[in-house]
Design a protein around this ligand. Structure first.
Ligand SMILES: [Zn+2]
Length: 126
């Protein structure tokens, strides 16, 4: 069976605090989050920009969160106001997974990795 696996990485800068956290993470601060998304598929699909079935999915759709928060992304956002979940790296990865799945064709396996710092990251998949 043929198989393709796309990878993309991007960054966004955001402020947050962790609600209910007993310690400094409970106070407002910021991170330069790094995200890696892999998208694996056994078939190719058309996209909004290419009518023929020659892509797993559009890289643009995987990188939506890198855009300005005023344009629907997460860059320069206050995450506590934007996300419907507690803003741990675990929940951010889960949120990115589900929001990205809504933007891509069916049948793609995603793995979302979120770095909160250079030495702390989390991976989420289903
Ligand atoms: Zn933090």
């Amino acid at each position: 069976m043929p198989r393709w696996k796309l990878f993309t990485e991007f960054k966004f800068d955001s402020a947050h605090f962790i609600e209910g956290y007993d310690g400094k993470c409970g106070r407002m601060h910021g991170h330069s989050y790094k995200v890696r998304i892999s998208a694996e598929s056994e078939k190719l699909n058309p996209s909004a920009y290419l009518k023929t079935p020659d892509m797993v999915c559009d890289f643009k759709e995987l990188k939506w969160a890198a855009s300005d928060s005023e344009k629907g992304g997460l860059d320069h956002a206050f995450l506590n106001e934007v996300l419907p979940v507690v803003t741990t790296a675990e929940r951010i990865a889960e949120y990115l997974y589900h929001e990205t799945m809504k933007r891509i064709p069916d049948g793609i396996k995603l793995v979302v990795t979120v770095w909160e710092t250079d030495t702390c990251w989390v991976e989420y998949t289903e």
